[in-house]
Write a protein that binds this ligand. Structure first.
Ligand code: 5RP
Length: 217
């Protein structure tokens, strides 16, 4: 099976988690794109979605699924999103697609976070995937210097602006042995909007496609 077929398969496996949910939290990325396509099959049964990015919003709307502002909806029952890395503790690195801030907000506002990914995303220790950090543009160099002090090698994601009009530093060479602590430390650097470690609010359920199997963590 190709990686895209594995993404499609795991996206389908998330559908039972949202079958009786009126308004569904929807993440961002190629795995979630498949999930959105499956959602369209039963759009008559749902009220709509809250979306974590302009890209997902456009895909949802194109398929006829209404998109609501999180402020108008309140707490969500279920949020479905992908990840760039997944630890055995269901801690995640997210933000490869640049949507980490809205993703973290929706994860925080949801009762259940269902993470979907192909098996290549599973790791023992987070950090091989460069850690995305969304920053206020004028703080980029300052934050980069602070991240170097933490042992990372930040690389500016040039020519990229987030949906929130900010910039992203991708931090290489971090061996994240204590994700909760590092999430708190990076959150506290002035100018950081969001760090792509999802450990303080981890996934509740992780579905991983490996070959023909779906593994549930
Ligand atoms: C976007 C994300 C995505 O969930 C993550 O990058 C995984 O993407 P894909 O499903 O395309 O592999 O965090 O900000």
């Amino acid at each position: 099976m190709t990686q895209d077929e594995l993404k499609q398969k795991v996206a389908e496996a998330a559908i039972p988690y949202v079958r009786d949910v009126a308004i569904i939290g929807v993440g961002t990325g190629s795995t979630v794109n498949h999930f959105i396509d499956y959602l369209a099959d039963f759009k008559a049964d749902i009220e709509g979605a809250v979306s974590s990015s302009i890209a997902s919003t456009e895909r949802l709307k194109k398929l006829g699924i209404p998109v609501f502002d999180l402020n108008a909806v309140g707490t969500l029952d279920v949020y479905v999103d992908g990840a760039d890395e997944i630890s055995p503790h269901k801690h995640l690195i997210k933000g490869g697609g640049g949507a980490l801030t809205r993703e973290k907000i929706i994860a925080a506002a949801s009762k259940k976070f269902v993470c979907i990914a192909d098996g290549s995303k599973q790791v023992d220790v987070l950090g091989a995937f460069p850690l995305p950090v969304e920053v206020i543009p004028m703080a980029r160099s300052y934050v980069a210097r602070e991240l170097v002090k933490l042992g990372g090698q930040p690389v500016w994601r040039e020519n990229y602006i987030t949906d929130n009009h900010n910039e992203i530093l991708d931090v290489h060479n971090l061996n994240i042995l204590n994700p909760i602590e590092l999430e708190q430390i990076i959150n506290n650097i002035v100018g950081v909007v969001t760090v792509g470690i999802f450990a303080m609010r981890p996934a509740d359920v992780v579905l991983v496609s490996v070959g023909n199997d779906i593994i549930t963590l």
